[in-house]
Design a protein around this ligand. Structure first.
Ligand code: HEC
Length: 129
């Protein structure tokens, strides 16, 4: 009887463990179209498209994947696989300087979940997926 109980517990444990693994964002593949684009659309695009303040100053246009990967007038801001040196991530984490934290002028910056999505996307290779 006791032995059987342990058996049930082990099964329940295995099931809940695998559910956690699936829900864990660390193991989830981030999609540019489904996860990244909506964040850029909501928080970046109004300044980073032709005519916008950020575009006029830096020439960084986030309208398409291609224009985002092209970067600013100084070059690319995303280094696929490396979120630490990607300027795109540095500015949303406020690592460059607090005066150029993105979204520009937004109090407190992006929500942690959104920063984490963009970061993982870069770490997973910044694919057009
Ligand atoms: C309210 C307008 C505004 C919003 C919203 C905005 N930006 Fe910017 N962005 C700017 C401006 C202005 C600059 C130029 C800053 C400078 O050169 O001092 C800029 C520059 C940048 C740069 C280049 C920085 C560099 O050092 O070359 C990156 C990368 C960037 N923005 C990313 C983003 C991201 C990602 C978002 C959304 C999460 C975002 N921006 C939202 C206005 C904005």
């Amino acid at each position: 009887m006791i032995h059987k109980m342990w058996c049930y517990l082990a099964v329940i444990g295995a099931i809940s463990f695998s559910t956690v693994a699936i829900a864990d964002p660390a193991s989830k593949e981030i999609s540019y179209k489904k996860d990244v684009k909506p964040i850029l659309h909501d928080y970046c695009l109004n300044c980073h498209e032709p005519g916008g303040k950020g575009f006029e100053k830096s020439k960084l246009d986030m309208t398409t994947y291609q224009s985002l990967m092209k970067g600013t007038k100084f070059g690319s801001v995303i280094k696929p696989g490396d979120s630490f040196t990607s300027i795109f991530i540095q500015v949303i984490e406020g690592r460059v300087h607090s005066s150029i934290r993105m979204p520009y002028g937004m109090n407190g910056g992006l929500a942690k979940e959104n920063i984490s999505i963009l970061k993982k996307w870069v770490e997973q290779g910044a694919k057009e997926n």
